[in-house]
Design a protein around this ligand. Sequence first.
Ligand code: ZN
Ligand code: ZN
Length: 371
Amino acid sequence: MRNKRDYYETLNVSRNADESELKASYRKLALKYHPDRNSGDKESEEKFKEASEAYEVLRDPQKRNIYDQFGHQGLEGSGFSGFSGFEDIFSSFGGIFEEFFGFNSGSRSRSRVQRGADLRYDLTLSFMDAAFGTETEIDLQKMETCASCEGSKCEPDTHPETCRQCNGTGQVSRNQGFFTVRTTCYQCNGNGQTIPHPCTACKGSGQVAIRKKVAVKIPAGVDTGSRLRLTGEGESGIYGGPPGDLYVFIHVEPHKFFERDNTDVICQMEISFVQAALGDTIAVPTLNGKKTLKISKGTQPGHLFRLRGEGIPSLRYGKRGDQIIQILIKTPTHLNKKQEALLKEFAKIESSKLPNKLKNILKNGLDRASN
Ligand SMILES: [Zn+2]
Ligand SMILES: [Zn+2]
């Protein structure tokens, strides 16, 4: 079992800390280790989860009581298992994050905490990089929570105010003939709050456009159509919501010699008709350099040879496919006198080996031979 830290120690509060002390302390830690600000940083992620779990327990008098008496084991015995991930934390603390970021949702149940948008990036890889895997950096443009206002949209040290038009309800009533129509408040767009001093850094939007270099590890065996997910590298969430994810779509460039069929690598090799007839050993380029291939006697055009394990690793299992070599046979074109004489001699022997019936056809033509 993992050794868990003491919850009071995690939140850096005394054992008799009250509700507001706990909250203040958790706020500090949550803002510091929020995944939005530390995307991809495993240590911050752990700290964020640890603090969230400590706060989840200590803010609940019943759980706190059990913990005070029986510690971590007591909680586990009562069925508490902590959080499974960010989504879990945000869905359970959504309201608290709104508060942390300066927006008190009050009694309205509508939560404005939103997960950030997912992003797509198209990455083109060479054939070899896709086969062996690689590490690369991509230049990403995205929206991120404004550092100056921490996403609250308010100039530092100012706060949103309850909308005077709708008294914070987000809706206004209008008389239209006999009816009273309720519509979204035009002053606050239904938020119930207005911002008297919008943050100057982000012009009150709470987000700023940034460019960021993101390191991407490409596993061996990716192919066109493969999709990699980088958790938390999408756009920032709204009002403290979790960030979205980044999806990297892979495109693999063709290779001048190799083709690919799933995990198999296919290539063509040209040999002379003499090599095909007599057999030979030839050198074949593979992904791992040259390998020898034994051409058997009497190899026919189009024959497929297979070099086991010389293909591309499977993304899922890591096992490598094969290299398949298709044989093309070259017909000689510029024969010298001696070669020609030898081939004629060869042909004579070949034809003497033909069955008698076929010899007659060759000599006399089809009509007379059939008689
Ligand atoms: Zn701002
Ligand atoms: Zn309003």
